[in-house]
Design a protein around this ligand. Sequence first.
Ligand code: THU
Length: 146
Amino acid sequence: MLSEVYVDQPDYAALAAAAYEARERAYAPYSRFRVGAAVLTASGRIFPGVNIENAAYPMTICAERVALFSAYAAGEREIVALAVVTPTDEVASPCGACRQVMLELAPRAVVLLLSQHGQQQRITPQELLPHGFGPLQLEGAREQPE
Ligand code: THU
């Protein structure tokens, strides 16, 4: 049964702690906006992520995508939760690119937004990106004659 592979009681406190710890390793020399993230998979593993900037600014990647890609690179496919910590007094919303990636790579995840002082908000990828473009739209197009 699918529910058996799920982490029954996700340890959100441990996931949040991993995201706060990851933030120390952010590489953000240009914006100085240090972000940490952590992904919890159904197998119980936690994958950290940080934002990694580049002198060619658009090459920068957000902490959320680093954490998600790292989990996928390790072969994980079921993301239970994703925590993200921003250096802000209020929780901050993930960027549009990360919302798009979350919707496809972590559609059943709980997203935990955290401020620098521990303020929290739980939200879903669907709430973050309503009416998002996803794999289903591509499936539909393949059925169309050329
Ligand atoms: N950033 C993230 O890592 N995640 C977010 O949710 C918002 C933005 C990064 C990208 C860039 O390195 C810096 O924060 C400022 O935009």
